[in-house]
Design a protein around this ligand. Structure first.
Ligand SMILES: Cc1cc2nc3c(=O)[nH]c(=O)nc-3n(C[C@H](O)[C@H](O)[C@H](O)COP(=O)(O)O)c2cc1C
Length: 201
């Protein structure tokens, strides 16, 4: 039996969503709960392309067991044409067995995304990411307006989940408000998971 953990599951090609994932993990860890950072391999049009089973750098690839056994889930993707990136969708499309067995029913979940342009589809991407989680019966945890950063931000930040404006060159770092919102998203998720399923004994 492993200790309860929040799975921070993301795809990132250029690092912006990965940095959000690390800040969310810090928020989770501020509550004392473990954060498990996991990514997914890129998908390719080349049918014979095979990714190494361990990535060259960064988070390990997620397994279905990582998802099945988590106490809560933070799901992150770059925005791709106003939607989540294919590698993450591909991973989620392989979760039918977890859906059939109701493995994720009642677990809390949040979403996060990064975009090149400020109005380039953060909200639509976040909403699209919530759809499969609702099918899985997960309990969605957003960001409330009691978070001052949500009002004050000049960059990312939405009530649907954390977001980041990486700029046209993808190099704009997470600003103070975006960082705060990532951490509080992680904290809220961990606290919710503990309330829903308190440690036994
Ligand atoms: C195929 C593709 C589609 C994209 N579509 C959008 C988009 O709809 N809106 C936007 O603002 N940025 C879009 N971008 C930019 C990425 O969302 C942005 O660079 C993001 O910060 C990348 O995250 P990463 O560093 O985690 O890979 C797109 C990038 C690619 C490669």
């Amino acid at each position: 039996m492993t200790a309860p953990y929040i799975l921070v599951l993301f795809y990132s090609r250029n690092g912006a969503t990965a940095e959000m994932a690390r800040q969310i993990a810090r928020g989770v860890e501020m509550t004392g709960m473990e954060a498990r950072l996991r990514t997914v391999p890129a998908v390719s049009t080349d049918c014979e392309a095979v990714a190494p089973s361990i990535p060259e750098a960064g988070a390990l690839y997620a397994t279905l067991d990582d998802l099945k056994n988590c106490a809560g889930l933070a799901l992150g993707s770059p925005t791709r044409f106003g939607n989540m990136a294919a590698p993450l969708k591909y991973f989620l499309d392989g979760t039918s067995n977890l859906w059939l067995t109701g493995a994720l029913v009642g677990k809390p979940a949040s979403v996060f995304t990064s975009t090149a342009s400020l109005h380039g589809g953060q909200e639509t991407t976040l909403l699209s990411m919530l759809l499969p989680l609702l099918h899985h019966g997960m309990l969605i945890s957003g960001l409330p307006y009691s978070e001052a950063a949500l009002i004050e931000t000049r960059g990312g930040g939405t009530p649907y989940g954390a977001s980041h404006h990486a700029g046209a060159d993808g190099k704009r770092a997470l600003d103070e408000h975006e960082t705060t919102l990532c951490r509080s998203l992680g904290q809220r998720l961990a606290k919710t998971a503990l309330l829903l399923d308190p440690p036994k004994g």
